[in-house]
Design a protein around this ligand. Sequence first.
Ligand code: 16G
Length: 245
Amino acid sequence: MNTIFRNSPLPRYYQLKEIMREKILSGEWKPGDLIPSERELSEQYGISRMTARQAITELVNEGLFYREQGRGTFVSRNRITQQLTKLTGFNEDMRARGYKPGTKVLSARLWPADETVAAHLHIRPGDKVFRLHRLRMADDDPLALETSFVSFIGCEKLLEDDLNNYSLYYLLETKYGYPPLEADQELEAGLVGSEEARLLRIAVGSPVLYIRRTTYTERKQPIEYAASIYSGHKYTFYAHLHREQ
Ligand code: 16G
């Protein structure tokens, strides 16, 4: 099927959606490919630009396509499946999957803890914490923005570490003696704002996941509270569930 039928009972935008879906399934359009513009699709299939736009938007909403600000619409890459029941750091996780992890430290500084951070780290509001704002990448593709708050006490030299090249979990474990052992994590859906969209190279308003994690070391002592934004079309979260007896 590669034609839009005018007398079909199916709406035209729907027919175009199915044509494009088929192109992905058949491999004609590959992950990361730029798809034709609304104008090109409307000329090729003899439909209005509005109809082409509706078909594209619905496939963006379904996660099959993603938009990049000022560049166009692309076929989504294969999603990364993240186990929800295993505690891993970003670098080790990406390496285990065969991706080259990348980190860009956007800022690293001392920061007075606000109420939320203080409550999670079991310190007082106003106490000093390290605030690390990092862009996390896999094979140079930006996946997430992470803002980590790390206790100052016990990690006083953290700002001297090369955080662009070293994993935070690795440093906490090997240099500071705080192995990350367990974590509490929550996920919420949202739409990305303009500054984060620019950094993640997605369109403003794209779906994202807000993930908040408190990581603990021995005796459930909190060592990090992180608030992260993950690109919605790049992840699948997976958990195996047991029914309680
Ligand atoms: C994960 C954690 C983040 C932690 C990072 C450490 C989530 C939502 N966040 O990305 O809190 O800072 O791992 O990674 O999973 P690193 O050891 O590579 O710096």
